[in-house]
Design a protein. Structure first.
Length: 187
């Protein structure tokens, strides 16, 4: 006898795309949360009053999300190329951009941030991070992917000297502890 258990799930992605949510299902042991991006208000986003039309051919992108339940969670984004008539009555084509996820490694930004946090702040090795994601969250991930994410996030950070200047501007140093051995003199 099959039993259906419903539970609430909320994330940055589900909040961002709540107007595009069309349902959820279980496929091959994974919970699929489906969004149809054609339901979003592209007239406002594109700054047009023209009707948005969509091509009939659609495709989908599946993206892994962190899951603390038994099944892995994937977001499924349904996409199609859209068009509208511009001011000069020419068709203006566009494809909806998916925000909050990275479509090249098919991972949510929360997965990327957590893996970088584990590596940089906690000092966990790349191999162990991949093992954690595989064992706990049922997400296949490679060491090289994690390394690329760390390098990508790190490339946006300022240089050490610039960080020091920014920190000093926020809170100037007025005193410091000097740990230098002073010679002991006998009196």
């Amino acid at each position: 006898m099959a039993v259906t258990v419903q539970m609430q799930f909320e994330s940055v992605v589900t909040e961002m795309y709540q107007d595009a949510f069309i349902g959820s299902s279980i496929e091959n042991g994974a919970t699929i949360i489906t969004f149809d991006l054609r339901h979003l208000d592209f007239q406002r986003e594109l700054g047009t009053t023209s009707t948005i039309s969509w091509r009939k051919n659609t495709y989908h992108v599946d993206v892994h999300e962190l899951s603390t339940v038994l099944n892995p969670i994937k977001y499924r984004f349904i996409l199609a190329q859209g068009y509208y008539l511009g001011d000069d009555n020419r068709r203006m084509y566009f494809t909806p951009q998916i925000k909050g996820v990275s479509t090249s490694p098919h991972m949510s930004h929360s997965i990327i941030r957590l893996s970088c946090y584990l590596a940089v702040v906690c000092g966990v090795s790349l191999r162990h991070i991949a093992l954690i994601f595989s064992s706990l969250f049922l997400i296949p991930i490679t060491k090289s992917s994690i390394k690329r994410w760390i390098d990508d996030i790190g490339s946006n950070l300022p240089k050490e000297e610039e960080m020091l200047q920014q920190l000093l501007a926020l809170k100037p140093v007025t005193e410091c502890h000097i740990a230098i051995p002073w010679p002991i003199t006998k009196s």
